[in-house]
Design a protein around this ligand. Structure first.
Ligand code: PEP
Ligand code: MN
Length: 346
């Protein structure tokens, strides 16, 4: 529910409304960047609260929110959310490319990859230290050693890092090293994990669940937002369909739909969406053309030898080629590619 106050209403009238909401056991949300005083009611309102609020002095009208998610909706928060990292903004006018290997395998592998993707224009470094794998016999990541390598290489190349956290008890550990906490597709509805990352003040990259619809995905984002962490970035990474020529099917529709119904930034991951390296670039270009705020791309120095997701990883050459093709597409959408940080030697 959204309460729209009359123009020129008094502070007393606003307080009566907010007190009434809090007395009903609900929370108040005041969006920024709207001309009128607007008060969002967060939570499950009881029948009759709408009439009660509408009859208070200073209230112009009370509009029910049409979606089950509230804090994630544009109705509540008309302005775009822009996530700010050290030197990188996600959801603004720039297209942000996050790139790196599926899994951190060694310091040498990560450093080589970081230098190559940065030279080609990527601004955020990705790499998994805790890897969710379909089979328990596959490489499951280097754990904390992988986090240490990520932090060290991120520091050396001046790139913020994004890495997955799989378990609620690892959130503090991963948050000590990472700039962005990734929630993987398989964990999109791990509500205890969502609560936990919501309690941190680190940006959260929330991947769409393998079989989640857009409403379920935005309700997962709501879990993080309602804990007070407003820095959520959505990531379309393909959904399960009957098609088996690709690993998943990238739901390009989701990009403009999210832009319409939510203020949260949305990036696309064509690597996991397709599972095949030769499909990654076409889908990356399509995602930016559809309005994505950025991309997450798997790149490996030698995809044939990768310990995870080699078939979908781009070589350095193919990544460079993609970055050169991206520029005109970004411009066609009146966006530009974010530029990597340049080291200033003291
Ligand atoms: C990943 O990004 O490495 C990953 C495991 O992705 P997803 O959760 O989308 O499968
Ligand atoms: Mn992967």
């Amino acid at each position: 529910m959204i309460v729209i106050m009359r123009i020129g209403c008094s502070q007393d009238e606003i307080s009566r409304v907010t007190n009434r909401i809090v007395d009903a056991g609900l929370r108040v949300y005041i969006p920024h960047g709207v001309e009128r005083t607007v008060i969002g009611v967060v939570g499950q309102a009881f029948p009759g609260l709408r009439d009660a609020l509408e009859s208070l002095p200073g209230v112009d009208q009370v509009i029910p929110v049409t979606k089950p998610y509230q804090l994630a909706s544009r109705e509540f928060h008309p302005e775009d959310t822009i996530v700010e990292l050290d030197g990188v903004t996600i959801g603004g006018s720039e297209i942000v490319v996050m790139a790196g290997p599926c899994a951190v395998e060694s310091e040498e592998q990560l450093l080589l990859t970081a230098q190559a993707v940065k030279a080609a224009g990527a601004t955020v470094l990705r790499g998994g230290a805790f890897k969710p794998r379909t089979s328990p016999y596959e490489f499951r990541g280097l754990g904390e050693r992988g986090l240490r390598i990520l932090a060290q290489v991120g520091e050396e190349t001046q790139m913020p890092i994004v890495t997955e956290v799989m378990a609620p008890h690892d959130v503090d550990l991963v948050a000590r090293y990472a700039d962005i906490l990734q929630i993987g597709s398989r964990n999109m509805q791990n509500f205890v994990l969502l609560d936990e990352v919501g309690r941190t003040r680190k940006p959260v990259l929330l991947k769409r669940g393998l079989s989640a619809n857009i409403q379920e995905w935005l309700l997962a984002a709501e879990y993080v937002l309602v804990q007070g962490n407003e820095q959520v970035i959505l990531c379309e990474r393909g959904i399960r369909t009957f098609e088996n020529y690709s690993r998943n099917t990238m739901d390009i529709n989701a990009i403009p739909i999210i832009e319409k119904v939510s203020h949260l930034p949305i990036i696309a991951d064509p690597s996991h969406a397709t599972g095949k390296w030769y499909l990654v670039s076409p889908l990356a270009l399509a995602a930016v053309a559809a309005g994505a705020d950025g991309l997450l791309i798997e790149v490996h120095p030698n995809p044939d030898m990768a310990l995870a997701d080699g078939p979908q990883s781009l070589t350095f050459d193919n990544f460079r080629l993609l970055m050169s093709q991206l520029q005109p597409i970004a411009e066609a959408r009146s966006r530009k590619l974010a530029m990597p940080a340049v080291r200033v030697n003291p």
